[in-house]
Design a protein around this ligand. Structure first.
Ligand code: NAD
Length: 424
């Protein structure tokens, strides 16, 4: 039955049909890249970029404001590629280097906007982590700047490059689940009482001397040096939208991708800080969160996230009147026909259940390697980015609307024409 879906991805076909973009200059056919933000994500993605693309990428420079991560990144480039990259705590130095073709921006959320804006002004291609920006207004400006610059932008919503989600999109297009008015998306996590969510380890040597607090705070309100805020930035509104922009945006994005949606008409969100509420807890973002969205053309998205129980894992359930497709933990796709206790039409009854597993059936742990490759090939003029700036902006709008609703305790209406939100 799985073969019935067809092996050829139409996403890949769309890429083939893409108009060629300006070729990158790069050394000996390689793209010269600068890597900005060498923390958990930056380090991981740089490793993944080497796997399969080592001959297409030349890491010219790395940037981080924590000296420990900068030194680790330099060592890693030397080990993987054999060259010694320039190191800097100031991303503007990378942007001023005319030999750099593209940058990877993997810094905390509030820094995406100033860094990407400056990168586009400096005529660099940009891979930027999700969420595109910290506010809707910043995201809109980045869309304009990207169009004006005419450079390739890939947003780090890598599920779009996963074969499982591409297969889900194909199944939906083929009518396998019929009409779809409803998606349930969820992300559940748990951790021991002693290790609260997002309270990441602070390195023992961390200090004002080997971090750069002023640079970390770019665009954010000024305040005294604070190690928690620097290393655990996801817990504070100045630098993060919490669940809305860290996790939810992946799921609104992939719903848009699979079903051809863009932005919702409205959002109402609710939740709170329910775990780890000891006297020392200064978190601002919720650990328990639900958001309900209505879209045009009679479509509803029901989202929930909780950091106190991970039994159900995470994923999206695309609920059609003829069947259900669910993608769980980025690993498994299930298709179930709606048999209606024997009353389903014959063409629905004829459909068999399908189970696809990413590592087993496609040899991929998730979509990240393909996503990075897609960006590199787009810069080389061979493909079209699967997560362009507009898609990143649309996914982030949903996240920001949820934050607005949560913080104000009110339903938010989104007007796509004026690109403005208002409270109902
Ligand atoms: N696509 C995904 O699945 C995925 C997964 C994890 C993280 N992310 C995203 O990646 C980004 C980074 O997250 P992370 O988990 O790596 O965070 P992190 O805290 O581990 O790393 C951030 C790094 O940025 C550095 N930094 C801070 N200010 C800087 C500045 N002004 N200039 C240069 N470097 C600076 C920090 O020193 C740190 O090394 C976030 O946008 C996050 O949402 C995406």
């Amino acid at each position: 039955m799985a073969n019935e879906i067809g092996r050829r991805s139409f996403v890949a076909a769309a890429m083939m049909a893409a108009p060629a973009v300006q070729k990158a200059r790069g050394q000996s056919g390689k793209i010269n890249v600068g890597w900005i933000g060498m923390g958990g994500r930056g380090y991981h993605c740089m490793n993944v970029s080497h796997d399969g693309n080592k001959d297409k990428v030349h890491v010219v420079s790395v940037c981080d404001t924590y000296k420990g991560n900068l030194a680790r990144a330099k060592d890693r480039v030397q080990t993987l590629w054999g060259n010694s990259p320039k190191t800097t705590a100031d991303y503007r130095e990378i942007l001023a280097d005319p030999s750099v073709d593209a940058v990877f921006i993997m810094t905390p959320e509030h820094l995406h906007y100033p860094m990407m804006l400056a990168a586009l002004k400096a005529k660099k291609h940009v891979y930027v982590e999700k969420p595109l920006a910290h506010t809707i207004e910043e995201g809109a400006e980045l869309v304009k700047a990207a169009r004006a610059a005419g450079k390739i932008v890939q947003v780090g919503t890598q599920n779009r490059s996963s074969k499982l989600y591409q297969r889900a999109k194909e199944m939906v297009a083929q009518g396998m689940i019929g009409d779809i008015h409803y998606v349930r998306a969820f992300w559940y996590r748990n951790s021991p009482n002693e290790t609260p969510a997002w309270r990441y380890n602070i390195p023992a040597d961390a200090s004002p001397e080997n971090t750069d607090w002023a640079k970390f705070l770019e665009g954010a309100p000024k305040r005294e040096f604070d190690l928690r805020r620097y290393y655990q930035w996801r817990l504070y509104w100045d630098y993060s939208g919490g669940i809305s922009t860290d996790l939810l945006v992946h799921q609104t994005d992939i719903t848009n991708f699979v079903l051809g949606k863009t932005v919702p008409l409205s959002c109402v969100a609710s939740g709170g800080i329910y775990r780890w509420t000891d006297a020392n807890d200064d978190r601002e973002v919720p650990d328990t969160f639900s958001a309900i969205y209505d879209y045009a053309d009679k479509f509803h998205l029901n989202y929930s996230c909780y950091f106190g129980n991970d039994h159900y894992g995470y994923g999206e359930q695309f609920c059609g009147n003829e069947g259900t497709i669910e993608v769980l933990n980025r690993q498994d796709l299930h298709f179930y026909p709606q048999l209606l206790r024997g009353a389903a039409p014959a063409h629905v009854k004829a459909r068999q259940e399908i189970h696809l597993n990413g590592p087993r059936d496609f040899g991929e742990p998730d979509g990240l390697k393909t996503h990075i490759t897609n960006f590199i090939e787009a810069v080389r003029g061979n493909e079209k980015p699967v997560a362009p700036v507009e898609a990143g902006h649309q996914a982030a709008i949903s996240g920001h609307l949820a934050t607005l609703s949560f913080k104000n305790g009110r339903k938010v209406i989104w007007d796509e024409k004026t690109e403005k939100s208002r409270f109902a």
